[in-house]
Design a protein around this ligand. Sequence first.
Ligand code: PRX
Length: 646
Amino acid sequence: MSEAVYPVPEEWARTALVDEARYAEMYRRSVEDSDAFWREEAARLDWIKPFTTVQETSFDEADFGIRWFGDGTLNLAANALDRHLAERGDTVAIIWEPDSPDEPARRITYRELHADVCRFANLLKARGVRKGDRVTIYLPMVPEAAVAMLACARIGAIHSVVFGGFSPDSLASRIEDCDSTVVLTADEGLRGGKAVPLKANVDVALAKLPSVHTVVVLKRTGGAVTMQDGRDIDWHQDVSAQSDDCTAEEMGAEDPLFILYTSGSTGKPKGVLHTTGGYGLWASMTHRYVFDYRPGQIYWCTADVGWVTGHSYIVYGPLMNGATTLMFEGVPNYPDPSRFWQVIDKHQVEIFYTAPTALRALMREGDDYVTRTSRKSLRLLGSVGEPINPEAWEWYHRVVGERRCPIVDTWWQTETGATLISPLPGATPLKPGSASKPMFGVKPMLVTSEGVPIEGAGEGCLVITDSWPGQMRTVWGDHERFFQTYFSTFKGLYFTGDGCRRDEDGYYWITGRIDDVINVSGHRMGTAEIESALVAHAKVAEAAVVGMPHAIKGQGIYAFVTTNADVHPDDALRKELVQWVRQEIGPIATPDVIQFAPGLPKTRSGKIMRRILRKIGENDVGNLGDTSTLADPGVVDHLLENRPGG
Ligand code: PRX
């Protein structure tokens, strides 16, 4: 652990929306007088019908339920667009920086974005999309992705964005799970100069899904696509015929806004459901306080809209705050590792928010790629998605931010909607590697694995004791799974799945997942998903997957594979399996290590002892703990002797 503490820069303490004293006072009110606090904060949204009830929530099984502002109505697309038109219609809402620096950037004003969203909303309506219908979005990082999301929100359709890196199979299961009948895609995506065949992937996914009646295809690269008559329509051609007048649907605060699939420790990815009022408030409020956002500032979050960070901090949060949000199509090292910093100079970015994995990869390339750029416009830096190691934090602070920019290390999850634990730049002295203090209204707690609360400094499982407005409301189609996954491990508490340490100053230090979820380059993967992809291969009898430390990705994927008896495991099969997993799930699930094992360590009742596999994955084999309950302890020796490089 780093011992360094960086005080709040004097200028930030003086000018920020929230300074240290104000944070303490606001936090106190948010938990002691929470209804009044939320009534005031909720005024940052435009409500059609004001709410009278604030919080109606319980984490207990008997009366389990989560409702916020339940009788209010509003529309989030109107909150993100219409209400800015009078004052800042000509302000740039989205700056789009394409994959290649040689292609011109696009700048879209609030007025233009409003018209685009209305036209696209009318197109969706013309194809029969109604309030409550599910629309799957499988688009590259182009402004049309934001247009599509907001058009859904405008007419009350529920969007489900699927990351463009997912395979046809992964896409198909997500379309099927929520019964989407409309898919929005592009001919191809572009990342690092390489084309991603999005429409072709959609075609494969839809081969078995005849219920999808409409595919809207955006032209991005002009690559050849096959259009299916009656089903597939051309985005630009069809949208240009639509009117730019579209009334925003009056939505209940608890009406669904979107579904976003995320991996858990068991089974298929879960459709995390967020609703309108609470999510809208949480995304806009946290964006405003955490980034100390003031209208006019250029703000850049490098996430993909396929992940929750893109939803809350590229689209909804910034646009509700009238921000200028930069959307980048490409990757950090294309054409070279200077790209991020060049884009910052080109568009005069003031607030920059990225993931530790990108920082670690860029740090390795040497400081010169950074220092050859100016970065004078930068005022504030952010980190998200995984624990940031102090070395990467220090590099970010010293080299990228030239010691003048605070770093907000924001801890949160798909399930939490937006940030729950983070420094505020004008209020919180920074400790490299610590997400520091809870956001307003958030009550974190540490418990032992038996559920005993830990007071003061200590380490344990991170739980949240009470609801916050941006909390997910259910797992799509499986409310029981929602309760079981998050509220049954520790009764009456929301279990995050993360381990955490709290220091003497009350700072929270997230140590990483303590369940069977791994975090690869900030992307969340369920080990069970990769295992089921592996065993779906004809030559594989059994597989167990664990995380392993990885210098750039944070965690890598370590797979133990038992082949069928008649198969000779060799390097060729290893390559074949890696390719297989990429094809089944997508490149983000590429195994880093495949170790063939004639047997896996199992208890006499047949349960795989994952603890031992995790230790092997971590190369921490000095003390494997008690192995006496194993059916065949010899299996472990074999695994140790045959570790790749072991
Ligand atoms: O383990 C935590 C890690 O990412 C998980 C949530 O992943 P996902 O739902 O994909 O959301 C990512 C974007 C918020 C958490 O359970 N995580 C996220 N942010 C941090 C983090 N771990 C440490 N520090 C963070 N700032």
